[in-house]
Write a new protein. Sequence first.
Length: 202
Amino acid sequence: MRSLRTTLLFGTSAGMVLVLLVVGLLVQLLARKSLVEQFDVALLDEARMLASTIEFEEGGVVLDFAELGLLSYRESARPGYLQVWLQEERVIYRSPSLGLENLLKPCGPQDSEGFLWVELPDGGRGRSVGLTFKPRQEAEEEEEENGWDEEQEWEIPSVTLVLARHTEPIDQALSRLLVRLGLVGLLTVLISIAVLSLVIHR
């Protein structure tokens, strides 16, 4: 009888642990997916903001964001990384954090964005977004004020911008979630074993 009770207790506990492991894994996967999506949205918004400052004027591309300071691309601890190409070939800007390194360019059609998991120049794990687009032109009224030929037409080259950042915040959030799930699961199993023991040994 005691053997039957012990078998029932351990069998029920093992089944509960298995269920909790499966549920915990699903929660972890869903949480990771949600965190990555949120990270991508913020990364894309930042890339689009930087892209909006790039202009085409007088037959050349002007990088207005170079005057913004971009302190987060100069920091020594978990900096951002930024690189810009002209016609997908010639590098026209590298953030100070990159040095002479290059970022990977996501493959995709013009006016679309592409995301990649990348190894950053400092060896850390990161996420990058790439945009290929035609820079905006100066307003027509500005051209008239400067006396430029209104009939002159320039061929606007394509620009590729790649922005990358560390994904450490995602890893930290998932680690905290994993610890909490583990503690909740352990507490649930212990309470369940205690309750089952009382019921079986009555």
